[in-house]
Design a protein around this ligand. Sequence first.
Ligand code: HEC
Length: 115
Amino acid sequence: MKNIKALSYIAICTSIAFSSTTFASDNASASITTDTNAGKIKAYTCQFCHGSNGIAANPTYPNINGQNELYLYQSMKAYQNGERTNTMGKMMKQQLSSLQNQDLADIAAYYSTMD
Ligand code: HEC
């Protein structure tokens, strides 16, 4: 009985963790299946500035918890593409330099579902 309960719990978690969102990637529109659990792992370094709950300790840094998923994705693409070129924007570009579109989408899904 216990095992069955544990299994159905995992099934529920999995169904929440995966969702499909259409992100505009570069020229084409591509549907990316996002994984909030993977996003949490990939966002490990982000918490030093954006907080473990998406709320920044430094009041000059943005809170990103509960933000719209597409907005998060597009703002990160804007840093990567060099469209946000202020000093902090250049710093953010460096933070995202090793992340692919799938990573950005997973991270966007993770923060967007955060309270
Ligand atoms: C060294 C501190 C620092 C780290 C680490 C960092 N950020 Fe940022 N982040 C900032 C600052 C400061 C800004 C505001 C930059 C600006 O002026 O555009 C920002 C902006 C953002 C924005 C745009 C918010 C908005 O409202 O437009 C997103 C999204 C974001 N960061 C996500 C991330 C993610 C994801 C990571 C980890 C991969 C990360 N950041 C790591 C400091 C940081």
